[in-house]
Design a protein around this ligand. Structure first.
Ligand code: NAD
Length: 300
């Protein structure tokens, strides 16, 4: 039977949201209400659901929240004009442009147009640079890796250990998860390896890890025998795979799995995040934390 500590993303996210709501009330008493603007271009159902959940979380934190919904055929110049308007709006402290954007729009140009101080996704090159030089008082950090770090701290507290000196392996080198995750682990004094699609003998590399982070997008790729006994395993992957039977509408059911074969890995790990109910729950909570932080900095 598994003895791994299961890291409950919902509970940790709820705790984070409650902290943000409490600190928002204190800031509001000083006359500053954090403001989050979300921008959605097109009608992708997954993006609509993400933006709606971000708006709900902003309201539950006591933020001023506004959603800008633009048609799929929006011109890049019009989107840039909206970003500029939000950059100048003193009610708005955080701007989130939901990705992916329609193909006709240059996403990098749009993300770079956001005022870095309002870039609550942490994707602007200025924030990437601030993170990499450790200027954490000025950086805004991407939400998913920031949430994963909070879960790692909970794991360390549960296991009575700390991150300093640990071997950390991050599988995946994307700009939104893998690379910033590696930077955050490095700042916490881990010895960090970034593995990726060209890494040789990946299972052996993974087995070195005291802290193993999977951010790949390959269902259950990381097997139980890739995990060092007692390791902390953080599964960032969210993959939809065929389930069993049919749903109420007669369509084949699907289910979500991570990049880690959870049941196998939980037999070996010291602590592990499940999917669903793990890191995914933290992303929206950290977006709220970033918006509060941006508002605080703007208020001096
Ligand atoms: P991505 O596709 O941008 O990057 C995937 C990375 O994995 C790449 O760097 C690639 O080199 C590496 N990779 C691909 N195949 C590999 C293989 N066979 N072996 C080793 N490495 C391999 O993906 P991403 O945006 O970083 O997302 C990764 C996963 O995390 C996805 O499942 C995504 O859905 C999930 N995700 C979750 C959240 C959240 O929790 N809210 C946020 C972002 C991404």
């Amino acid at each position: 039977m598994s003895t791994a500590t299961i890291l409950d993303g919902k509970a940790i996210a709820d705790e984070t949201i409650a902290r943000v709501a409490g600190e928002t009330a204190a800031l509001a008493a000083r006359g500053v209400t954090p403001g989050l603007a979300t921008v959605l271009v097109g009608e992708d159902p997954a993006s609509q659901a993400y933006v709606a959940s971000k708006g709900r979380a902003a309201k539950s934190c006591g933020f001023h929240s506004e959603q800008h919904t633009l048609p799929d055929a929006t011109r890049e110049a019009d989107l840039l004009a909206l970003v500029e308007k939000l950059n100048r709006d003193p009610k708005i402290h955080g701007i989130l442009v939901q990705l992916p954007l329609p193909k006709a729009i240059d996403a990098a140009r749009v993300l770079e147009a956001i005022d870095p101080r309002k870039d609550v996704d942490g994707f602007h090159p200025i924030n990437v640079g601030l993170l990499s030089i450790g200027e954490m008082a000025r950086a805004l950090v991407p939400c998913t890796p920031a949430g994963a770090m909070i879960m790692l701290d909970k794991a360390c507290a549960a296991l009575g250990t700390s991150l300093a000196g640990k071997e950390a392996v991050v599988i995946g080198r994307s700009n939104i998860v893998g690379k910033p995750m590696a930077q955050l682990l490095l700042q916490r004094h881990c010895t960090v390896t970034i593995a990726h699609s060209r890494t040789r003998t990946l299972p052996a590399v993974a087995r070195r890890a005291d802290v193993l982070v999977a951010a790949v997008g390959q269902p259950e790729m990381v097997r139980g025998d890739w995990v060092k006994p007692g390791a902390i395993v953080v599964d960032v992957g969210i993959n939809r795979v065929p389930g069993e039977g049919l749903d109420a509408a007669g369509k084949p059911k699907t289910r979500l799995v991570g990049d880690v074969a959870y049941a196998e890995a939980a037999e070996v790990a010291g602590a592990i995040t499940p999917v669903p109910g793990g890191v995914g729950r933290m992303t929206v909570a950290m977006l709220m934390a970033n918006t509060l932080e941006a508002a605080r900095r703007a208020a001096g």
